[in-house]
Structure formats: C-alpha cells, structure tokens
Design a binder for this molecule. Structure first.
Ligand SMILES: Cc1ncc(C[n+]2csc(CCOP(=O)(O)OP(=O)(O)O)c2C)c(N)n1
Ligand SMILES: [Mg+2]
Length: 883
C-alpha cells in the first residue's frame, strides 16, 4: 500500500475523475498516453517517481474484455473431469500395485484447465496448415497428458496401467516427458526444472532464425512453456527473459501455474509470487496477463468501488491465501473479510460453502481462454500468463492446498469417492473404489467432441515426428587441405577446426544448414573472419555503423546472418544448440549445430542441458575449445579442463574425441555428419580442440575407420616390447618420449594415437557383454584386441585429462596398462612446466615406460633410479593431486 497520507483527497478525486473521463471518452491507449506524458513531464522536472512494475492484485483482462467462449463448456467440463480422474487413477493404481513407484497427482490437478482449454482451442498439431506449435509440458504434470492421450485412443489401458513401469512386456509410460524413451510422443525433456523456460525461449528464437534465413514461412506458430511457480526460482528460468523481449519473440508464451506451492511448502509464504513474477516479466518487457480470479469473483470486484477488497488482498500474503484454501468458508469470512465490517457486509449473501468454492482464475475456462486469446494476438512481445490455481485441486482432505500435497501418490477409498463426487464421475461406489480408467464410448458426444477438436487443430498433441529429408554430405575431399597436413607450418587443432568450418559453410548444398554457435569467444578461437563471411544473426539486422566498418572483416550483423553469437551465455548457447539439433523433428529441417566454447564451461557448467539434449535426441557437434589441463597454459585453475571427457563418457549418446591432428578432425566430423544427416542417428559429437601450435602430418592411408573407432597406429616397431598411447596434443610428448627411449635407453616403442578412450571402452564393453551372454559362441574381438592382441606388451597411455579418462580402457588392453594424466586443480604457467608438474611430460612417460619394463621383467630394477637421475626428477616432488 502507498504509505503516503493524502493531504488533499478532494484534489486526488478530481484527478481520478479526469482519468475516468479520458477512459470513457478515448479508451485505454489515450489514457495511457496521458499518464505516461504526465510522468515523463514530472520526471523531467526532477520528481523522482518510484518505478513500479506491478499492477494491482486483480486480473489483467476485465470481464468486459473477455471474448465469448467458442466451445461447449459442459462437454469440455465432462472431458476434463474424466482426464482428471484417469490421471489420478493412473498414479493411484501404480502406487497401490507397486508401492514407492511414485508419480504426481496434485500438479496436474492444479493445471487441468490450463491444458484442456489449450488442447480444445489452441495447440496446433503437425497437420495444421500453419504447422505445429511446440509445447513444453510441465514435467510432472505428465499423468494428465497421458490421461488425455488415452481418451483420444492414442494410449491403451496397458500403457496407463504400466505408468512408470517401462520395462514391462506390454510397454509402459515414462515417468516424465522423455523423448528418448517415447520418441513418437514427447518432444521436449522438461523435468529438470528451469531448463524448460530457457530452452523454450531459444526454440522460439530459433524458429525466427529459420524464418529470417528463409528456410520456412512465418505462419504464426507458437512455442508454449508450461511452468511451475516454484520452478521459476531456478536462475535459468528467468535467465533469458530479456532476450525474449529484445528479440520481440511474440511467438513465445509462458504459462506459469501459480498454485503458490512447490514441493515442501509455499513458494513465497511471506509475499506474493504472482506479483513478484509480474514485476520480473514486466520489467523485462513482457506482456503479462494475470489470471487470478475466476468469474465467481467478477461481481465482488465490480462492486469494489472504494478499493477496500483490493486493499485487503494486498494486505495478505501467499501463506494466508493458502490457509484460506485449506480452512474453508467460515474461516475466510472471519479472518479475511472480517477485518473490515464493510467487507463482511459485501459477502453476507454468500454462504460459507460458496465462499470456499469461489473459483480461481486458473480453474476458469472463460478466463483462461481470454488469456490465451490475447497471447495469440499479442504483437512484438512474448506473453506470460500467470494463472492462480490450487495445488491438488479437487483432492479435498487428501491434499488440496496442503503442504504434503506434492507427494500425495494415492487416494484411499473414501478419498476416491470424494473425488468422484467432486467431478461427477459416472461410477458407482464399488466401481470408484477400484479407481478404474474411464473411457467415453465411441459414439458419445464427448468422444466425438474431443476428436473433432483435435482434428480441426491438426491432430493430437504431444507428438514427435521426423519429416525431414537427408542432407547431401559432400565427399571428405572438401577438407583436402586438412587431410594433406600442414608440412612445416604450425597450427592448433582449433585453427584446423575453423578452417574446416569455413570450408563446410561454403559448400553449396550443405553450407546453409550449418549453424555455428558461439558464446562471445569467436576471437579467442580465431573465428572472427566468419563474421563477415556468414554474418551474425540479428532479427533487427544492423542498425548501426560498426566501429570496424572500414575493415574487410568487420562485425557484421544481419537478419539472415548464419552465426548465433550468444554473448556470455553458455546456458543460452546450449539451448540454441538444442533448438538447432532437434530441428529435424520440430521443423522437419535438418540443421547441424556446431557449438564451440571454452571447454571448462561446457560439461562442467551445462551438463544438465547436454543430458537433456541427449534425451531429446538432438544431433550436432559440441566443441570444447582451449581444452586440456596443461595445453591451455596461462589461465589457471578455473579454465583448465582435464575432466570433461569423463562427463562425456557417461552421457549415453555423446561420442567424445580428443584429437591431435587436422585429418582426425576432418575424418570425425565428416563421419558424424553422415551419421546424423544420412543415417538419421541421434548422436552428439564432442570434440576437444586445443590451442597449441605444431605441424600436422598428412593422413596415412586406410586409417579412417580406426580414427572413428578410437585407436590407430602411427609408428610400428620391429620387436615390440612396449607401446605408447597418446591423445590430443600430448601426442607430441609421447613422440618425444619415444625418441628419448631410443636414444637414451635403446628401446623402440610402437606409438598409437587414441582419438577416443570412451569409444574404445564402449566397443570393448559391448564385445565383452556379448561374449558373457553367448558363452557357446565363437568369442568376438574388440577394436582394442584386434589392434593389440598380437603383442602382449605393457602399454603407457598419456593424455591431458585426468587418469580415469585413459584408465577406462585399462581392463580391455592386452598386457599391463599404465595411465598418466592431469589429476588435481590446474595452475597457470608455461606448458612445459605444467606438464612437468602434472607428470605427463616426456620424462615421466619415459620413467613410466622403464618401470613397466622393469615390472615386466625386461629391465633391471636399477634402471628406474637411473632415469630419475638422468632427467633430474625429484623423488620429493609433491603429488599434483594434493597440492
Ligand atoms: C532441477 C530440479 N530440482 C528439483 C526437482 C524436484 N522437483 C520436482 S517437482 C518439484 C516442485 C515443483 O514445484 P512447482 O514448480 O511449483 O510445480 P507445481 O508442482 O507446484 O506445479 C521439485 C522440487 C526437479 N525436478 N528438478
Ligand atoms: Mg507450484
């Protein structure tokens, strides 16, 4: 409330009357103009007016502005009630039959109207002439979405019966939206809270990108994101709000289910979450539609001439509002209206029972329809609908509005009967107590209605399809200069990659499908020449003359620009990667994202998004630049990545490579593009790229397959007694170690390049598993065995990653296996010093090789000490992991 005490109410009233006149005679636009002009004027005269981003705690859309409801309310109510019932029955049954299997009843119970109005009137399906809307469903509202699919005949009783029992023979339903598990149903993985809102925002942005780049027409398709009010506390949820308004994403609609509760209790007990969210969204420039009150409240609000009801609502906090839900009418009368005798009078004619049941906005189809309708027609801004609902709506004593409601997994018999009565479910007591699934008869009005509504909107939702066609991947010879090597010229793998991208984007047929993505590091990676060649995407084009416009390679923004330059925003950039990576499905157009970033800010920072990308079957290339704990030398502890390959190895559809030479990069990327765009494999490639300069050899013949499998030989030896593995730039140390071994110790090791420890392990595991469960068949051989089993000699493996990365193949390598790696926090220093510090340099490789030969009985024990002395290695040197 305004704390200012009014010294001249008469004058205030006169101002209000002037505004009333303006409203009546000229409408909202003129009134707004007048008020804004007055405020601007006062501000220009030095009045410091408070900035207020919130509006009163009432509905944004007045009853007089509501459109007529285009549907049959009665039939829709019946359908909704049955969806509610089936959703509840599905979770109840699952938990009765398999205690502890989980699931949620209360979330969908609060969101049912939000979804049903959209299913009946808004969501466009794949066969709609405008194309499909993209909908991010609130993850744990999934039971309601399955329940509707059941009524539409898309799922059967067995599916519902096997909710959360995906391993059952008749097929089950995944707990949450997982496209990986239900690839023809779910489109987006949403249940890691906070990822949905930002991913939806970048989906809307990517849709624009495809339109601006002339891949498709603007047909008014929308992206909807259904979100929890508790979920809005995740930093990612609000993280891209200004991007959405800045880019005028009027194709984006957030629907926040404001039941005021999260898992443990109130989202904001001591204030109002709806008001807080309104402030955040309005401040960011969104169109905010608050749907707080249902039609039952229209009369009370209309009669609130003195603003007392509003004042009372502004006095109470969400904690109070939740208490009213639980305590009922008499309590509300006494504690809420009772504070002011005038308010008490206003509700005299309303019974206690009615007071308790006055419907809130999010449960009123009229109000929700009006909000969607406005969102559909809003131009130039994204829209958020803040809908007030009750968590566990209809559960009564079983959890309606109660703090335990989120974890309510089943109803007992009395609670089932209560629920049946509350929603008029046509079941007898005996039937209802068994919580059966209910389906409308095929000739019923309800069945016909729901089918017709969906047909008119282009088919059922959610649905995931792939209507894309294969892309023409050119021959690998387009990368010939990378295959030929650099002779004496020293370059980094990052430079080789940038060259590859330049060649690729120039390809006549494939080039335009490449989506380079970068979070403000283009210059770090030497990608700035691409600014001019490809342009940086900007819906607004370039409204200014860039400071470097006189230069050939200037900073070029363009409406049809190809590069997504995301700023310092890894979460946004990976969301763009995902949007591009699933474009084959969401838009029926194959795009190939190449997202390059500081490798430390990849898996470590945004692995959850990468996990979701895997779940959503995204395809594309992640490039961890400036990778390697000792290869990136000056940046120190925060920047040196020595472990992203561990995370990559644990992400099922990520194929990870640590590459040393330009031809390896060309081979892997070429192969990956074929897998993604010709063989339709849902794979993400992760390549680490480094910034150490050295000469790159030309590609030997016949090794392409081995590069993809993860291991190929670069140096053979006559009588092998030991072999060295190297990966990425550490191969340079390995080669140097081999020279020392020969020169100083008379040993000639074979040398192998490991391009992927994780691919080698996956292959070896797969073979091992096959051999395990096929004991009577001829055993198969892994790639490692095929390469190495001829000589059972010790192996020393060195990489710029923690030892576990190279150790992952240890059990499958014939002979003893020794791993060198970079465990511990990074440091800034020269590469040479760092490699010594982490004990991955040539001298430690030699030392380890000699020790391996000693233990193998091939050398005398004293040799170890000789090596230590010869290379000045200090036995007192502290362990890099511990210091
Ligand atoms: C990142 C993350 N943290 C925690 C959870 C566990 N979780 C699932 S639902 C939920 C509460 C959700 O509350 P809200 O967003 O308000 O949704 P509601 O169910 O109230 O609609 C929590 C904490 C999760 N799924 N994701
Ligand atoms: Mg909530």
């Amino acid at each position: 409330m305004n704390p200012y005490s009014d010294p001249d109410p008469q004058e205030t009233q006169e101002w209000i009357e002037s505004i009333e006149d303006a409203l009546e005679e000229h409408g909202y636009e003129r009134t707004r103009h007048l008020l804004e002009t007055l405020i601007d004027y006062a501000q220009s005269k030095g009045a410091r007016l408070p900035f207020n981003t919130t509006t009163p705690f009432v509905n944004t859309i007045l009853p007089s502005q509501q459109p007529a409801y285009p549907g049959d309310r009665e039939i829709e109510r019946k359908i909704k009630s049955i969806v509610r019932w089936n959703a509840m029955a599905m979770v109840t049954k699952a938990n009765t039959e398999t205690p502890g299997i989980g699931g949620h009843i209360s979330t969908y119970a609060s969101a049912a109207t939000l979804y049903e109005v959209a299913f009946n009137h808004f969501f466009k399906g794949v066969d709609h002439p405008d194309g499909q809307d993209l909908v991010f469903f609130q993850g744990h509202a999934s039971p309601g979405i399955y329940a509707r699919a059941y009524l539409e005949d898309r799922l059967n009783k067995d599916h519902l019966h096997n909710f959360r029992r995906e391993l059952s023979k008749k097929g089950g339903l995944s707990s949450y939206p997982h496209p990986y598990l239900m690839p023809e149903f779910w489109q987006f993985a949403t249940v890691s809270m906070g990822l949905g809102p930002i991913m939806a925002t970048y989906q809307a942005r990517f849709m624009r990108y495809l339109i601006d780049r002339h891949f498709m027409e603007d047909t008014g398709r929308k992206v909807f994101a259904y979100l929890g009010d508790g979920e809005m506390d995740e930093p990612e949820s609000l993280g891209a709000l200004t991007l959405a308004s800045r880019e005028n994403l009027d194709n984006l609609v957030f629907v926040v289910n404001c039941n005021l509760q999260r898992l443990d209790g109130p989202v904001r007990g001591n204030s109002k979450v709806i008001q807080e969210l309104e402030g955040a969204f309005r401040g960011a420039g969104w169109n905010v539609i608050k749907v707080i009150w249902g039609s039952d409240w229209d009369e009370l609000w209309e009669n609130d001439h003195d603003g007392l009801l509003l004042q009372r609502f502004e006095e109470v906090v969400d904690g109070d509002l939740l208490k009213y839900v639980v305590e009922g009418g008499a309590y509300i009368r006494e504690h809420f209206y009772g504070k002011y005798p005038e308010l008490l009078k206003r509700v005299e004619h309303i019974s206690d029972e009615k007071l308790a049941k006055m419907r809130l906005g999010g449960h009123d189809p009229m109000k929700i329809y009006a909000a969607y309708n406005e969102a559909m027609n809003c131009k130039g801004k994204p829209t958020v609908i803040l809908a007030r609902t009750i968590k566990g709506y209809g559960l009564g004593e079983a959890g309606e509005g109660r703090n335990i409601t989120h974890n309510q997994k089943k109803l007992n018999q009395n609670e089932l009967l209560y629920f049946r009565d509350r929603f008029n479910i046509p079941l007898t007591d005996t039937e209802a107590m068994k919580a059966p699934f209910y389906r409308f008869a095929k000739d019923s009005l309800e069945y016909k209605y729901l089918k017709e509504k969906r047909k008119a909107l282009g088919g059922s939702m959610p649905i995931r399809t792939d209507r894309s066609t294969a892309l023409n991947i050119p021959e690998i010879s387009i990368f010939q200069e990378l295959l030929d090597g650099t002779d004496e010229r020293e370059i980094s793998t990052t430079m080789a990659y940038v060259r590859l991208l330049t060649l690729l984007t120039k390809d006549k047929s494939l080039g335009k499908h490449i989506v380079p993505i970068i979070p403000d590091e283009a210059r770090t990676f030497g990608m700035d020449p691409l600014f001019r060649q490809l342009g940086i995407y900007s819906h607004k084009g370039q409204l200014y003359d860039p400071v470097d416009s006189d230069q050939f390679l200037y900073y070029k923004e363009a409406q049809d620009g190809q590069i997504l330059e995301e700023g310092i925003n890894e979460a946004g950039a990976i969301s763009s990667f995902i949007a591009a990576g699933v474009s084959y499905s969401t838009h029926g157009i194959k795009m190939i994202p190449f997202y390059i970033y500081y490798s430390m800010f990849g898996f470590q920072r945004i692995w959850d998004f990468i996990w979701a990308a895997g779940d959503m079957r995204a395809r594309g290339f992640l490039l961890g630049g400036t990778a390697g704990r000792t290869t990136l030398n000056g940046e120190g502890l925060q920047h040196q990545d020595g472990h992203s390959h561990l995370a990559a190895a644990a992400t099922p559809n990520v194929k990870a490579y640590d590459l040393a030479y330009a031809y390896e990069i060309a081979t892997v990327i070429h192969h990956g593009m074929k897998e993604m765009c010709q063989d339709d494999k849902d794979v993400i490639y992760y390549l680490t790229l480094e910034n150490e300069n050295y000469a790159h050899p030309s590609m030997p013949d016949g090794i392409a397959d081995d590069i993809i499998k993860g291991l190929y030989k670069t140096r053979s030896t006559e009588k092998p007694i030991i072999r060295l593995f190297g990966s990425g730039p550490i191969i340079g140390e390995v080669v140097a170690a081999a020279e020392l071994l020969k020169k100083d110790w008379g040993i000639e090791p074979g040398i192998w390049n490991v391009t992927s420890f994780s691919e080698l392990r996956r292959n070896a595991e797969e073979v091992e598993r096959w051999n395990l469960i096929n004991p009577n068949k001829e055993p198969r051989q892994s790639h490692l065995e095929m390469c190495l089993s001829k000589h059972c000699v010790p192996t020393v493996a060195a990489s710029d990653y923690v030892k576990m990365v190279s150790e992952q193949i240890g059990p499958y390598v014939p002979g003893p296996y020794y791993a060198l790696g970079t465990d511990g926090f990074g440091r800034s220093d020269t590469r040479e010093n760092l490699r010594h510090f982490f004990e991955v340099d040539r001298y430690y490789i030699v030392l380890t090789a000699i020790r391996a030969l000693v233990l193998d009985g091939k050398m005398d024990k004293s040799k170890g000490d000789d090596v230590m002395k010869k290379y000045n290695l200090d036995p007192e040197k502290p362990n890099p992991l511990m210091v």
